[in-house]
Design a protein around this ligand. Structure first.
Ligand code: ASP
Ligand code: MG
Length: 422
């Protein structure tokens, strides 16, 4: 007997027919005496619709009232799933955020889970009742409803799994796992049996949008075993307990799963960054602080930074990247601080892409970065900036070369599925 959390996203919950399919997957998991808690999203598109109503009602909306409105989508689907399970003859009930309770801190609309006392819910689960929990919502310390940021039901599911000591947290979604790269770009992309938390965090932060990044961080912190798998399956598909999806696990567990891993696990791309070059800034202590302090104060996240070697007259160029959506704000801030920083020109480019190769294997293997640089240069792809972490190498290139770069690297690191096996 196991204790399992199952999470279903908006596409899986969109309408009666789909909820019925979800109910049958849940019933299959609950069979044989498993204790099951299900976390659900609102129907696809519903949260966007509710956000829109808030904006229409009051563009300067009060975040606490916004939470009252946008949390309602999950209330509807949790009730509907409980009803559907009951119609199938199962014992089931919904547990709203305040009923569990899921206590949150920090501001409304981006609340974080502080603690979950699930003892009452666990008691019911032990008596064979399926618990259905609306994702995304909690209760603030003033006793008001709170929500956890867009995509937050992934985080709800992981938090519930940690709170009830679940054996596994299965995230059912519209893809059947995590791939070596975007299968829309590389037809030979392979589904990974497992990735480590660290790898998933890096992949999520550089464009592989399978899970909310925060949920991966929480899973790592709490040691929750997560599986990403498809909810669009038939009655004869392998059960979730056979691990048909991708497992997200600790380094230690990874070693028992996949002994012959490649040095690179996956390749991600992100077209949402922009590049800024400040020319001829003074090459002296304090300059970069003057550049980046105003950006930090405005919560603009700087990703890569390159400071060139000084040239004559004690001047240098500084290049860095930020999210594309922040480009106009960053430009205005830099202009405003120009007297303090002292640059000559500001050059911007939002037609760039960041390509990242990720893998825990590179901790213990040299040559991963040089393979990347060689493979890109053989195809005439110019690298504009480079950054590295222990398990990631990222480069900035021209956006038009994104697909080519991803394909070339996928082959170079031996990630292409072999056709015989396929
Ligand atoms: N319904 C919320 C959203 O769309 C939360 C979620 O689905 O994860 O952001
Ligand atoms: Mg989602």
């Amino acid at each position: 007997m196991a204790r399992i959390v199952m999470k279903f996203g908006g596409t899986s919950m969109a309408g009666t027919e789909r909820i019925r399919r979800v109910a049958s997957i849940v019933r299959r998991q609950a069979a044989g005496g498993n204790e099951v808690a299900v976390v659900v999203s609102a129907m696809a598109g519903e949260t966007d619709r509710l956000v829109h109503f808030c904006r229409e009602a009051n563009p300067m909306f009060d975040p606490a009232e916004y939470d009252v409105v946008v949390s309602s989508g999950e209330q509807v689907t949790s009730g509907l799933l409980a009803l559907t399970l009951q119609a199938l003859g199962e014992k089931a009930r919904s547990w709203l955020g305040w009923q569990v309770p899921v206590r949150t801190i920090e501001s409304h609309a981006k609340a974080r889970v502080e603690n979950i006392d699930a003892s009452a819910m666990i008691e019911c689960m032990q008596r064979g009742e399926i618990a259905v929990i609306p994702g995304f919502q909690g209760i603030s310390d003033e006793g008001r409803i709170s929500t956890m940021g867009r995509g937050g039901s992934d985080t709800s599911a992981v938090a519930i799994a940690a709170a009830i000591g679940a054996d596994r947290c299965d995230i059912y979604t519209d893809v059947d796992g995590v791939y070596t790269t975007d299968p829309r770009i590389v037809a030979k992309a392979r589904k990974l049996k497992a990735v480590t938390y660290e790898e998933m965090l890096e992949l999520a932060s550089v464009g592989a949008k399978v899970l909310q990044t925060r949920s991966v961080g929480l899973a790592m912190k709490e040691g929750v075993r997560v599986q990403v798998l498809s909810s669009f399956i038939g009655e004869d598909s392998p059960p979730a307990d056979d691990l048909p999806g991708t497992l997200i696990v600790s380094d230690e567990e990874m070693e028992t799963i996949d002994m012959e891993r490649q040095h690179v696990t996956g390749i991600a791309h992100d077209k949402n960054e922009a590049k800024i070059i400040l020319t001829r800034v003074p090459d002296k202590p304090g300059t970069v602080a003057h550049i980046f302090e105003p950006l930090a104060a405005a919560s603009i996240n700087v990703d890569m930074i390159i400071q060139n070697v000084g040239r004559d007259k004690g001047e240098t160029d500084v290049t860095f990247t930020i999210p594309q959506t922040d480009l106009p704000r960053a430009q205005a801030l830099l202009e405003e601080h120009r007297p303090n920083i002292g640059f000559n020109r500001i050059i911007t480019d939002d037609h760039i892409a960041k390509i990242s190769v990720v893998g825990v294997g590179m901790k213990s293997h040299a040559g991963v970065a040089s393979t990347m640089f060689r493979s890109l240069s053989d195809r005439g792809i110019n690298i504009q900036a480079i950054s590295t972490s222990e398990i990631k190498v990222s480069v900035i290139i021209d956006e038009d070369e994104t697909e080519l770069a991803v394909r070339v690297l996928h082959t170079a690191y031996g990630l292409d599925a072999n056709e015989d096996a396929a």
